[in-house]
Design a protein around this ligand. Structure first.
Ligand SMILES: N[C@@H](CCC(=O)N[C@@H](CS)C(=O)NCC(=O)O)C(=O)O
Length: 218
């Protein structure tokens, strides 16, 4: 295994990058951050596109591999760094974790991604994002009624929590009403009490502008 520290290309506000930040921190894998400013379009630069032709964050260089797609990265970390597992042993519970992961990473986040919002007239963006996230999280809340313990599936942190908590950053940014989602709010509170989630929070990233810190609910 390579001796050098992994390098994570990330942006403070990227929820997909946050999934990976949480998993790395939870598994105590030290890494270096390289900020790529989405607002400035740095993800479309030639240098970044050479790494990740998808022009999306995150991108992780680890053990001689260059990996894109946050869920593939979570699966890699789970396979190669099995300590502090992010998947339960029981196949049924593993499927529940992956169901929630997919509900967020396939059915919510892509619909409210930056490139999608930028395709809309500016005055429609926030309302559209709020609607998509609200409807998607309502589905997740229904799933959690059946699967949750202290966290999304049972009483241990899993990949599902690595995906849910960053999606809630976006929910709060777009003023989604979470009052009818008690499981989601309880899991958020428990997760945010853990150092792995705290240090991965958008407000704790070196590239987070100082003027946004007052809006951080941490
Ligand atoms: N399926 C990809 C999605 C990655 C993604 O959408 N990343 C966002 C930030 S969270 C991005 O880079 N957006 C730039 C854009 O929309 O052009 C993954 O899970 O890694």
């Amino acid at each position: 295994m390579s001796q050098s520290r992994p390098i994570l290309y990330t942006y403070f506000r990227s929820s997909c990058s946050a999934r990976v930040r949480i998993a790395l921190s939870y598994k105590n894998i030290e890494y270096e951050s390289r900020a790529v400013n989405l607002q400035k379009g740095e993800h479309t630069s030639d240098d970044y596109t050479e790494l990740n032709p998808g022009k999306l964050l995150p991108y992780l260089v680890i053990d001689g591999n260059g990996l894109s797609q946050s869920i593939a990265i979570l699966e890699y970390l789970e396979e190669v760094y099995p300590d502090k597992p992010l998947l339960p042993k029981d196949p049924g519970q593993r499927a529940q974790v992956r169901t929630i992961v997919n509900a967020i990473s396939c059915d919510i986040q892509p619909l409210q991604n930056m490139r999608v919002l930028l395709a809309l007239p500016e005055e429609q963006r926030a309302g559209y994002a709020r609607k998509i996230i609200s409807a998607g999280l309502a589905v997740v809340e229904r799933m959690l009624e059946k699967t949750a313990g202290d966290f999304c599936v049972g009483n241990h942190v899993t990949m599902a929590d690595c995906c849910l908590i960053p999606q809630l950053y976006n929910a709060r940014r777009f003023d989604v009403d979470l009052s009818a989602m008690p499981h989601i709010r309880a899991i958020e509170e428990r997760a945010n009490a853990l150092e792995a989630f705290r240090c991965a929070h958008w407000s704790r990233q070196p590239d987070c502008p100082v003027d946004l810190l007052s809006s951080a609910n941490m």
